[in-house]
Design a protein around this ligand. Sequence first.
Ligand SMILES: O=C(O)C1=C[C@@H](OP(=O)(O)O)[C@@H](O)[C@H](O)C1
Ligand SMILES: C=C(OP(=O)(O)O)C(=O)O
Length: 448
Amino acid sequence: MPDSASSQTTQSDTNSQAATGAPHETGAHGPHWPAPVAGRPVRARLSLPGSKSVTNRALILAALSETPSVVRRPLASRDSELMVGALRALGVEVSRVGEDLAVTPAALRGPASVDVGNAGTVMRFVPPLAALAAGDVHFDGDPRARERPVGELLAALRVLGADIDDGGRGALPMTIHGTGAVRGGEVTLDASGSSQFVSALLLSGARFSEGVHVRHSGPPVPSQPHLDMTVEMLRAAGVSVSTGENSWRVEPGPVQVSDITVEPDLSNAAPFLAAALVSGGEVTVEGWPEHTTQPGDELRSLFTRMGGEVSWSEEGLTLRGTGKVLGIEVDLRDVGELTPTIAAVAALASTPSRLTGIAHLRRHETDRIAALAAEINRLGGDAEELPDGLVIRPRPLHGGVFHSYDDHRMATSGAVIGLAVSGVEVENIATTRKTLPDFPGLWAEALA
Ligand SMILES: O=C(O)C1=C[C@@H](OP(=O)(O)O)[C@@H](O)[C@H](O)C1
Ligand SMILES: C=C(OP(=O)(O)O)C(=O)O
């Protein structure tokens, strides 16, 4: 086991837990999941499901396209199923062909009801489509969806010509009174709360009569790679996009999607690569793209700084743990969705970490800054909240319940800590289905 603040687990801990399944508490979501301990270095080669962000952009673009197309190797999990449900509600035909999705565009129409669940991509990317539909489209979702920011996007859509009834709340639930067309044009908004506001307007912008010119004004926009992903996928669909500093312009015109193959989800690679890092093992993720706009690509550099060694081969990307697990001082604004895994590794590291630039995570699936600090400290760790991040100092951890707050990435963080600390039980492991169809199965496969 590595030089880590918390590597007190022994092989016999592992065996007893694996053999008995370990007694565990029961919560509102059923029994807690006893996180398996890595009694030896994790060695695995994995094929991961498709990227949530690429899948849901591909589905939106395919729905707006001139001709039918196929989304190959899409994610098949809660967030993508919600997107498929939303598009079908608007009249688009989406059918499963083997592991692919065939999308046949149609005139978008209401009345319709869209369940966004807790999917930011559905909550933000579908409203502009609804504004293009003829008829009323009602939006609601999980209780947390009503708290996640969408008001800036709705205000921008109004400026562009949409008629929206949100009861003045600037939040879900709301109804868009679609007229079959959106004028479009220029709009300025504050996208510091979520890059998805900008992506949403750009993805549908070519279908607005005047296209769209989005300007951002306010604190920095997070998640730059996701904005790059939006621009790249639009250009691949034949849409003319120009970008400047805090400015994006989409010309009006047809969207022409040819089939899209979805890359593996590199953000979901994070806990698996972390398993190699914290156990001193070796994990290969198959099909890691040579060029990608996914923020998960940044893991190569982050995990190298945290003590791992990264290499490429024809098989994919391999992360090798060296026995060292180091803390990191880093601004994660561009790659905020990697934070929960980085924080889990930081909690097991031998030196302190300071993660900043991520105030917007307070309005993700849960307040991830508060949740990570609470759960690391509950296990005996030393995590301090900053307004825009976390300081995590080395301190030995002990077992206990790791609450997941209905947040897939909190749940996988608990699993990472549990590799090195015996007796960690993750509440509601099923919440990982947001973006991974079978996390417990994949985790067991990786540890086998
Ligand atoms: O556009 C996307 O696919 C995403 C953008 C980011 O959102 P924020 O900019 O709101 O963090 C990211 O956190 C989310 O998981 C996916
Ligand atoms: C923030 C996330 O998701 P969403 O698309 O719901 O914003 C995430 O997956 O980490």
